[in-house]
Design a protein around this ligand. Structure first.
Ligand code: ZN
Ligand code: ZN
Length: 158
């Protein structure tokens, strides 16, 4: 499986958005034109090009949770570590078997790449692989299917 793990939102940022036909869409259109507690608009009707320097910047720097965003980046490895633990547990739970039995029957391996999004947060692209107990030279058991792995990844990531 190839999966992308995106950080949560720490506040609204300007975005380059495109429609199905490739046309650039308004950034964050809001019909009711709300204003934040700092007197700045919570919406943005501009159509930002991909290289517009505003893209990825908060709509309001005072509303944006910079502390949360910085801490998230600094500790990005920890949710990943917990994910890999949770994935084995999720697989075992979905199959109704013990983790020790699962470990004896297959091997999970990962390759991940960290990438900065325009908003400055790190996200991960990961290849998650199921093999037999001896690694890549051994086929996984027949019941270790891609749909099962997909479901387990979603559970563990949540
Ligand atoms: Zn905008
Ligand atoms: Zn604000």
């Amino acid at each position: 499986m190839f999966a992308t793990f995106t950080a949560p939102s720490f506040g609204a940022v300007h975005a380059h958005r495109t429609g199905k036909n490739g046309a650039i869409l308004p950034c964050r259109p809001r019909r009711d034109h709300p204003i934040c507690e700092h007197g700045r608009p919570e919406g943005c009707g501009a159509r930002h090009d991909r290289d517009d320097p505003q893209v990825g910047q908060p709509l309001c720097a005072s509303c944006y949770d910079y502390r949360g965003a910085v801490l998230r980046n600094a500790h990005a490895g920890e949710p990943w570590r917990r994910f890999t633990q949770a994935l084995l547990a999720a697989l075992a739970r979905l199959l109704g078997i013990r983790r020790t039995h699962l470990r004896a029957a297959l091997r999970l391996s990962y390759a991940k790449v960290a990438e900065y999004q325009t908003r400055g947060l790190v996200h991960f692209h990961a290849v998650i692989r199921l093999d037999g107990p001896d690694g890549p030279t051994a086929p996984p058991p027949g019941w270790a299917t891609v749909p099962l792995l997909d479901e387990a990844i979603r559970h563990a990531a949540a």
